[in-house]
Design a protein around this ligand. Structure first.
Ligand code: NAD
Length: 313
């Protein structure tokens, strides 16, 4: 096969970078901006076009990101803000929440960043969150995970707490946000669940059960909304370096009598990536799910675990 023939089949290299250069652009002007970029490029500057960052087309929209003062929620809020999205962040602890909001404002002075303190598993917490958000174009559902343990020790109240946090609170927020999204013809809902939905973790029965309930509900609803450009998907984290993981590791170290550092290093080594994920990596995937480009990606459960799940699918 001659050189020229081979070349014809090589796709142009495309570099996608986050955060995108769309920051600060008005909503919906992504295509126009790309056309401007192309016009401004010197004739024959293919390399410049090839390395143009992807514009997610969500600049100027509003996102409600729950449980976002730290960890994965914060990673999502930061990645959306980097795409030019105005964000409302929620958490129970006012101090950490205000610090996160201040950090995002400092990084993105052109954006509106609002903090709504409250427990998202309660009606009052959800009302405060919704009130702070002029319109929910993007909803990221998140809350703390239930404690580990043995199911023999859990009574009805333990189950109700887990269901409230990891199933019913997200469903209530979807109920509040969905119809306006359908009416506007745009909506992105991302639920942070857990790899435990796909591969149950024995000690996390409350999490396995409650999150699977949400997963089943979302699977049914997503098929009714995608036709109006409202998508909903679940992001399933494996081990990510956050306070939650530290707390889980500390509990495991205490229970086994092993040194925390040693246990942490061993768990990281056991992952095919040789490390834990970062909130920034998690947030970047969340932002992509919220992009205009992801409009055909709906009703899915996306596992982010460094390849730890050993299945082909
Ligand atoms: P984290 O402890 O680092 O952060 C949790 C955030 O949620 C904090 O901002 C906290 O203030 C807020 N929060 C907790 N409960 C809340 C409530 N009721 N109302 C409002 N805000 C609340 O946790 P994380 O690691 O970012 O985990 C986020 C979710 O992902 C949890 O449900 C967790 O169980 C799940 N998860 C995490 C991992 C991991 O490795 N980090 C793995 C699987 C699942």
């Amino acid at each position: 096969m001659g050189r020229c023939t081979r070349r014809r089949f090589i796709a142009p290299r495309r570099v996608v970078s986050w955060p995108s250069a769309s920051r600060g652009r008005a909503a919906g002007d992504g295509a126009a901006a790309q056309a401007r970029d192309a016009a401004a490029a010197p004739a024959g500057a293919a390399a410049s076009r090839d390395t143009r960052p992807m514009d997610f087309g969500i600049s100027g929209k509003w996102a409600l990101v729950c449980a976002a003062s730290k960890g994965l929620g914060k990673g999502c809020a930061a990645a959306l803000a980097a795409e030019g999205v105005n964000v409302v962040v929620t958490a129970r602890g006012v101090e950490a929440l205000e610090a996160t909001a201040a950090e995002l404002r400092a990084r993105h002075p052109g954006l509106e960043v609002r903090a709504a303190a409250g427990d998202i598993t309660t009606p009052a917490g959800r009302a405060a969150a919704l009130e702070a958000c002029p319109q929910v174009d993007i909803l990221v559902n998140n809350a703390g995970g239930p404690p580990p343990g043995d199911f023999r020790d859990w009574d009805r109240d333990d189950w109700l707490r887990a269901l409230d946090a990891n199933m019913l609170a997200p469903i209530e927020l979807i109920r509040a946000a969905l119809d306006p999204m359908l009416a506007r013809g745009f909506g992105r809902i991302v639920n942070i669940t857990s790899s435990a939905v796909k591969a149950p973790i024995a000690t996390l029965g409350l999490s396995n059960g409650a999150r699977s309930g949400l997963t089943g509900f979302v699977a049914g609803l997503a098929r009714q909304t995608g036709g109006r450009n409202v998508t909903m998907n679940n992001l399933l984290p494996g081990p990510f370096a956050t306070d939650r993981l530290e707390a889980t590791l500390a509990a495991a170290a205490r229970a086994s009598g092993r040194a925390l550092d040693e246990l942490r290093a061993e768990r990281a080594r056991q992952n095919p990536a040789g490390r834990f994920g970062t909130p920034e990596e998690f947030g970047a995937v969340c932002a992509f799910l919220c992009s205009t480009q992801a409009g055909y990606l709906n009703g899915q459960n996306l596992l982010l675990d460094g390849g730890a799940f050993p299945g082909t699918f």
